[in-house]
Design a binder for this molecule. Structure first.
Ligand code: EPZ
Length: 431
């Protein structure tokens, strides 16, 4: 069992370079299966979800050449298998993108039902409806999703998404790249990673229009050719470090971001009395005074992102007065609140709403990373708290943050990743 040991209380000072976006990379790497030729992907974050996806590509028969720690070349010309093993796909949610990519390129895909963070029910009915609308037959059998195109291939159509779903929007885009005619997705998700996938497909010779609005049109093309593409910077990684500065204090230049993607997070930090100054591709974030309370509701982009809810909530624990957080996407995203209460936070959770009564300080404690963003929030809390915080189940955090410990140590945080024998951990609440 690995854990982060954090001695809190150090204000953060310096620069943090933001890595490529996880939720773009986990769709764009499988999309390399659509490309006839060598596809070079740059700015790939070195995180465990990416490692798994590259293993799946290898398992399917693609040639994956690692150029350096953030660049790979993928050649899918020798891929013949269209089934992704349960052992790999069950480990993360984004394995569902292999269904769309395999169906789009080879006319069939078989992927184990995806795993991932436990945020409540995580259905894939909208993905399946989208594939079926394109003419595929989809079956869930023995734990696998099997999707098969008719003999004469998929056909473009009009698809209305009952709910704005990032995964379903991107999966239908993957499946429809070669579909005959035009596919129209209405009520499409608008997240930056949706736009990044569309830009990738277009850079390889595809025809996707409207990504970033709620109507996306995909005109079927005959093939995608090879090329080079660089993944966008990670909005949520950047936001997490902004929240860390807000909670722990100090002044940090968050480098290599797209400031527009950060507006929804910046707006809330400004309301809380944090200074955020845009400087080209960087944001300079600083906090010297007290934090002010505010209310947050998570929404699809360009609303406040659910993936930033827990990290900013740590700041609300320390803000003057009472703040309210409403979770608008997932049904079970407040489990971290019990961990924060162990550190002295005052929080009341009722269904999808949590009320935070600000306290003057948090105190270090052993806590658990329940999932990726909950784990990131524990790190933010540990940096701000008095004394030592130990965060276990760090594998969740490693799924989405490249070099977290090094990046934080470079700005003055006292954080280490240490190995602890499993039997020493006694606050695991398993069962
Ligand atoms: C993506 O998940 C992200 N994951 C999540 O980030 C993020 O929280 C979420 O989008 C919302 O922004 C990846 O990109 C890999 P959705 P996704 O489909 O695509 C319902 C993180 O921490 N829904 O947009 O799975 C669903 O229950 C992760 O990085 C259906 O009802 O989310 C939810 O209420 C965690 N049927 C809502 O739509 C479906 O078929 C939005 O889900 C699909 C979704």
């Amino acid at each position: 069992m690995l854990k982060y040991v954090i001695r809190g209380g150090n204000p953060l000072h310096g620069e943090i370079n933001i890595s490529g976006a996880k939720n773009a990379a986990v769709a764009i790497i499988p999309a390399a299966l659509l490309v006839d030729g060598v596809c070079r992907l740059e700015n790939i974050p070195q995180i465990s979800d990416v490692t798994l996806i590259l293993r799946i590509l290898d398992e399917l028969g693609a040639s994956v050449r690692v150029i350096n720690r953030n660049t790979v070349e993928i050649d899918s010309s020798k891929v013949r298998r269209t089934c992704v093993s349960h052992e790999l796909s069950r480990q993360f949610r984004a394995s569902y993108y292999f269904i769309g990519a395999l169906l789009g390129r080879f006319g069939s895909g078989q992927v184990s039902m995806p795993g991932g963070c436990n945020l409540g029910a995580r259905p894939i009915d909208l993905h399946i409806k989208g594939f079926e609308a394109l003419g595929a037959e989809v079956e869930v059998k023995n734990g696998y999703v099997l999707a098969k195109a008719p003999e004469d291939g998929l056909t473009g159509t009009y698809i209305y998404m009952d709910q704005s779903s990032v995964g379903a929007t991107m999966n239908v885009m993957l499946a429809s790249v070669f579909a005959k005619g035009t596919t129209i997705i209405e009520n499409a998700a608008k997240e930056p990673h949706v736009v990044d996938l569309a830009n990738f497909i277009n850079a390889m010779g595809g025809n996707v229009m409207g990504a970033g609005t709620d109507i996306i049109k995909i005109k079927g093309v005959k093939s995608l050719v090879g090329g080079t593409y660089s993944i966008i910077p990670d909005q949520i990684e950047a936001g997490t470090y902004m929240a860390a500065v807000a909670a722990a204090g100090g002044c940090v230049r968050i480098k290599n971001i797209i400031p527009k993607h950060m507006d929804c997070i910046t707006a809330k930090l400004l309301e809380m009395g944090v200074s955020v100054v845009e400087d080209g591709d960087d944001l300079i974030v600083s906090r010297t005074g007290p934090l002010k309370h505010t209310n947050i509701k998570t929404l699809p982009y360009p609303g406040f992102p659910t993936d930033m809810q827990s990290q900013v909530a740590v700041c609300l624990c320390l803000a003057d007065g009472v703040s309210m957080v409403t979770e608008g996407i997932w049904e079970n995203r407040f489990r971290y609140c019990d961990e924060l209460k162990r550190m002295g936070a005052k929080i009341q959770v009722d269904g999808k709403v949590a009320v935070f009564e600000g306290v003057s300080k948090l105190t270090g404690a052993p806590v658990r990373a329940w999932d990726l963003r909950a784990g990131a929030a524990m790190v933010v809390a540990g940096l701000a708290a008095e004394g030592v915080t130990e965060v276990d189940h760090t594998h969740h955090v490693e799924r989405g943050y490249e070099d977290l410990v090094t990046k934080l140590r470079n700005v003055g945080a006292d954080i280490q990743l240490v190995e602890e024998p499993d039997d020493v951990v006694c606050h695991d609440n398993v069962g």
